[in-house]
Design a protein around this ligand. Structure first.
Ligand code: 2NL
Length: 341
C-alpha cells in the first residue's frame, strides 16, 4: 500500500499539464470518482487496523497533493490566456459599423417589372443561358443568313452542332410554348449576351424581360393595353405611349414602343433628342410560323409578345447616363439605391 501511494504521488508530480484538455485528463485520472486516489481509498478496507491511521494520513496527503497540482496548473493556464491588456485592445471604443449592402438597381427594377405584370396575370419563366441554334434562331423565324447568326455578333460556345450564349430571352418563350398549350401568359427576365464593344450605351452582357400572351382571340388592342398598364405603373400615371411600325423576325406586325420623355414630359430636351419621346422596347403579334414551330396551332390561337432591356428601363427611371456603372460595382453608385424599396 505504501509503495502504491508513493508511486501515484510520483505520477502526480510528473504529469504534464499544458492545456485545458490535459488538466481535465488529470482531474479524471486522479481526482475523479473512479480515479486512482478513489481506488486507493477503496483499498483501505484490506489494510490491517493498526496501520489504518498511518495509511489514512498518507492517502489524505496524496489527495492534497493532487488538489494542489490541479489548482496550480489551472491558475497557470488561466494566466496564459491572452488578456485584453496583452492584446492591446480598448474594449471601450465604439464598434466598427456593420454596414448592410443594398439591392442592385437592376434587381430592384426587375422585381418591380415582375410585380407589375403579376398584377395582370403574368407568371415568371426561366431558362438556360447557353442555348442551341433552334431555340435562339431557327424556331424564332430567323432566316439562314441573318447577321445575328454570324460569329462576330454572337458568342458561340461550340460550332456544329452550334451552342451559344443566348442573344435574347425569347429562347425561354420558345421552350414555354413547346411545353405548354394556351392560355399562356408569362414574362421572362434574364441575362443575354452580344458581342459588342463596351461603351456608355452598349455592353456584351445585359438584361432583358420579354413576355408572351397566347390565347383565343388575343388582339393588338390587348397588346397596347398591356404595354400601357406597364408604362403607367413603372413611370407614373401621366405617362403616354406611342407605337412606331417596325420589324422583328418573330412578330408580324411589329412595333417599337416609346413613352413620353420623363425629363421634359414631352416638351423636348437633350435626353429625348428634342422629340419628346424615348424608346423602351419592341413588341408585336407572334408570327404564325413561330407558333407552328412550337406546336401551337395559329388557326386556333393568337398571341402578342414584347421585349425590353432592363438596363434601359433602369437608366430612364433613375436618369443613369452610363451603362458601365451597372457592372463596375462602385459602392458610391450602388449606395444611391439604398432607400428604394
Ligand atoms: C426589343 C424587342 C421583342 C419579342 C421581343 C418574342 C418572343 C417570342 C415570339 C415572338 Cl417567343 N416575339 N419576343 C417580340 C417583339 C419584340 O423585343 O426591343 N427587345 C429589347
Amino acid at each position: 500500500m505504501k509503495e502504491k501511494i508513493e508511486q501515484v504521488a510520483q505520477e502526480i508530480r510528473a504529469f504534464v499539464i499544458e492545456n485545458p484538455a490535459q488538466l481535465e485528463e488529470f482531474r479524471i485520472a486522479y481526482m475523479g470518482r473512479k480515479g486512482h486516489i478513489a481506488d486507493l481509498f477503496e483499498g483501505m478496507k484490506t489494510v490491517p487496523n493498526e496501520e489504518k491511521k498511518l495509511v489514512g494520513q498518507q492517502l489524505n496527503g496524496l489527495k492534497q497533493l493532487a488538489q494542489q497540482r490541479f489548482d496550480e496548473a489551472q491558475e497557470q493556464l488561466a494566466g496564459s490566456q491572452p488578456s485584453s491588456e496583452k492584446l492591446n485592445i480598448d474594449f471601450t471604443l465604439p464598434p466598427v459599423p456593420n454596414t448592410l449592402g443594398t439591392r442592385h438597381p437592376l434587381s430592384l427594377v426587375r422585381e418591380e417589372i415582375i410585380r407589375i405584370f403579376a398584377r395582370i396575370g403574368f407568371n415568371v419563366s426561366e431558362g438556360p443561358e447557353i442555348e442551341d441554334d433552334w431555340h435562339n434562331f431557327t424556331a424564332l423565324n430567323f432566316p439562314e443568313n441573318h447577321p445575328a447568326r454570324e460569329m462576330q455578333d454572337t458568342f458561340f460556345v461550340q460550332k456544329n452542332p452550334d451552342y451559344l450564349l443566348r442573344t435574347h430571352t425569347s429562347t425561354v418563350q420558345v421552350r414555354v410554348m413547346e411545353n405548354n398549350q394556351p392560355p399562356i401568359r408569362t414574362i421572362m427576365p434574364g441575362r443575354v449576351f452580344r458581342n459588342e464593344a463596351i461603351s456608355a450605351r452598349a455592353h456584351c452582357m445585359f438584361h432583358q424581360v420579354e413576355g408572351i400572351f397566347i390565347d383565343k382571340d388575343v388582339s393588338f388592342a390587348d397588346l397596347k393595353q398591356t404595354i400601357y398598364h406597364f408604362a403607367k405603373e413603372m413611370f407614373g400615371a401621366h405617362t403616354q405611349i406611342r407605337f412606331r411600325p417596325s420589324f422583328f423576325p418573330f412578330t408580324e406586325p411589329s412595333a417599337e414602343v416609346d413613352i413620353t420623355c420623363l425629363i421634359c414630359k414631352g416638351e423636348g430636351c437633350n435626353i429625348c433628342k428634342h422629340s419628346g419621346w424615348v424608346e423602351i422596347g419592341g413588341c408585336g403579334m407572334i408570327d404564325p410560323a413561330v407558333m407552328e414551330s412550337s406546336k401551337i396551332d395559329p388557326d386556333k390561337f393568337s398571341g402578342f409578345a414584347f421585349g425590353m432591356g432592363i438596363e434601359r428601363i433602369t437608366m430612364l427611371k433613375y436618369q443613369i447616363k452610363d451603362l458601365r456603372l451597372f457592372t463596375e460595382n462602385d459602392v458610391r453608385f450602388l449606395r444611391q439605391f439604398e432607400s428604394v424599396v
